[in-house]
Design a protein around this ligand. Sequence first.
Ligand code: PPE
Length: 305
Amino acid sequence: MTFGEGKIWMDGEFVDWADAKVHVMSHVIHYGSGIFEGLRCYSTPNGPAVFRLQEHIARLYDSARIYRMEIPFSPEELEEAILATVRINGLTSCYIRPLVFRGLGGMGVNPLNCPVQCMIAAWSWGKYLGDEAMENGVSVRIASWRRAAPNTFPSLAKACGNYLNSQLVKMEALQDGYDEGIALDHAGRVSEGSGENIFVVRSGVIYTPPSSSSILPGITRHCVFTLARDLDIRIHQQEIPREALYIADEIFFSGTAAEITPVTRVDQIPIGTGSRGPVTEKIQSEFFRIVEGRTEDRHGWFTAV
Ligand code: PPE
C-alpha cells in the first residue's frame, strides 16, 4: 500500500482514501488546531507489530489535554483502530498517522464550538532521511530559526501548528543543500531537528537536551535511554551549547520516522571522523535488532497487529 491508496479510519469507520475529506472551513485548516502522532509498524518473524503503541496514544492524550480537546474515543478504542487500520490495508511494515483535529463549527479563534474529529492513515514509508543515511549519516546545518520559547507554543504537545516552525527549519536546510536542520532553543542551546531528537557523544558518554530545551519528548528518545542502559553506556540529559556539536565525537538523531540516523557533518564541519561512530552504531544496531524482531522484545515495546 503506497501513499494515496487503501482505507482511512475516520471518526469510527473506514472510508476509501479518496473519500477521507474535511471541509475547507474546518477550524484546523485556518488555525492549526490539531494534534497528531506518528507510529511505525514493523514486520517481525511473529507477524506485523506496532512499536510502542500505548506510549504514542498516551502522548496523544497529553497533547489533547494541553489544548483542551476532548477526544471522543477511549485510548483503547484508538489503539484498536490503529491495529485495524494496518490490518484492513494488508500492511506489514508501515508508518501510521493518527490525527485529532477541530472540525467545522464556525470561524473565529475560539475552538470550543468545533467538533473534535479523528483520523488514522497508514502507508509504507521508507528511510526518512534517505537510504544512504543510516550508514553514511546526514549533513545538517544549524537553523537560523529558533524553536518556540517556553510558554509560547508548548513543545510537549505534538501539535500541527508547531510544525510551521519545523517547516521553516527544514526548507532552509534543503534549500542550502543540507539533509536536515537543527534548531536552537530561545536561549541559543541545542534543541532538536525539524522532526527528530538529537544526541551528542563525547568521550563515550551520550548527552541529549532536556525537555526544558523546547523539545518534543520523543518516544524513540526514550528507547535510546533504555538501550544505552542495556548496553552500559552512560547517558545524560543536559543543556547543550551549539559549539559542543562541532567538537562532538559523534551525533545522531532519533525519531519514529528517522529511527536512529547518524549525523556526520554540522555546518560543513565533519563530526569526529566524519563517519558513523561506534556508540551510534551500537545503539542503532540494537534498535534495529529489536524492531526487526531479530532479538527478543525484552521491554515489551511491540503490540501484535
Ligand atoms: N521532535 C520532533 C519535532 C518530531 O517531530 C519528532 C517526531 C521527534 C522529535 C521524535 O519523536 P518520536 O517519533 O516520538 O521519537 N517526528 C514525527 C513526524 C515526522 C514527519 O515528518 O511527519 C515522526 O518521526 O513520526
